[in-house]
Design a protein around this ligand. Structure first.
Ligand SMILES: C/C(=C\C(=O)SCCNC(=O)CCNC(=O)[C@H](O)C(C)(C)COP(=O)(O)OP(=O)(O)OC[C@H]1O[C@@H](n2cnc3c(N)ncnc32)[C@H](O)[C@@H]1OP(=O)(O)O)CC(=O)O
Length: 265
């Protein structure tokens, strides 16, 4: 475990999992991806933990996949690229399957993979007016490994709108899309999270875990074929010119210049 996340467990068994790269808006690099995967498995197995709250330190919940890490994948060999893309899918799967209620405390901006994290929470509550979006297409990327979870949340019709436009929307719209349960003022966020936690603490842990597994199977059964498709889709983007231009433009702090064919990779 590195320094990318913090875990605190209180006497009631409420674990708070905090994304802790505030200077990078909590973007998920390789270390954070590994740490989150390990934490999901560990907290899921710990009988003392009853509920997990996922939050971010600083101004953002999570700005998505770390674009420096993604840039590295573009220079890497095919085996490394596939392994790194799979690590993202495995992290999302580990959080999604964690047999404890996972509550998202969305205190700031969330983009790309940050919206993916919200989508693997059982319930997420956000601050009114917070900005979010599936902004990947602005970077020459797509919501790939997060795709199955986000589509399950908002449905294909909504996903088409927000995936293909990459537009930024407010937390209120995220409620309508099914990403957030409701919004509150920043001052009321902790009270809202406490209110959400309380009933889980009196529920039978085994029943909660069984219910969570059943809902996951009934609502959006995710098989290895879908996971592989999403990994391949991410790797294909890393191999194309558009992501190099989009990510390059982000770090150069300029507007991306897309090829005019409209079919560029
Ligand atoms: C998971 C999958 C795909 C993705 O998630 S792709 C990533 C999608 N995310 C985004 O599009 C957000 C990118 N970030 C921003 O738009 C902005 O940084 C911000 C979050 C709106 C904040 O803007 P602000 O002007 O307040 O701050 P800076 O831009 O100066 O950022 C400060 C600092 O943080 C670094 N940073 C921000 N986001 C990222 C990031 N995603 N990756 C790496 N670094 C990031 C930024 O570079 C600055 O660093 P300095 O060193 O201080 O310059 C794929 C799948 O689904 O499979």
């Amino acid at each position: 475990m590195t320094e990318t996340i913090r875990i605190e467990v209180d006497a009631r068994g409420v674990a708070t999992l905090t994304l802790a790269r505030p200077d990078k808006h909590n973007a998920m690099n390789a270390a954070m991806i590994a740490d989150l995967t390990e934490a999901a498995v560990r907290l899921g197995r710990d009988p003392a933990v009853r509920v997990v709250v996922l939050t971010g330190e600083g101004r953002s919940f999570c700005a998505g996949g770390d674009l420096g890490w993604m840039k590295d994948q573009m220079q890497a060999d095919a085996e490394t690229r596939a392994r790194e893309a799979r690590s993202l899918a495995e992290m999302l799967g580990a959080l999604d399957r964690m047999p404890k209620p996972l509550i998202g405390r969305v205190q700031g901006q969330s983009f790309g993979g940050g919206v993916g994290l919200m989508s693997v929470c059982d319930v997420a509550i956000g601050v009114a007016g917070a900005k979010m979006g599936l902004t990947e297409v602005r970077l020459g990327l797509i919501p790939a490994t997060i795709g199955p979870y986000v589509v399950a949340r908002m449905g294909a019709a909504n996903a088409r709108r927000v995936f293909f436009s990459g537009r930024v929307f407010a937390a209120e719209e995220a409620v309508a899309l099914g990403l957030l349960a409701h919004t509150v003022s920043a001052d009321d966020l902790d009270a809202a999270i406490e209110a959400e936690i309380a009933p889980y603490l009196s529920a039978a842990p085994g029943a909660v875990a069984a219910g969570k597994a059943l809902v996951a199977d009934l609502a959006a059964p995710l098989d290895e074929a879908q996971v592989s498709l999403s990994i391949d889709a991410l790797v294909a983007r890393w191999e194309g010119d558009e992501a190099a231009e989009g990510i390059g433009a982000f770090f150069d702090k300029r507007k991306a210049r897309w090829a005019e064919s409209g079919a560029g990779g």
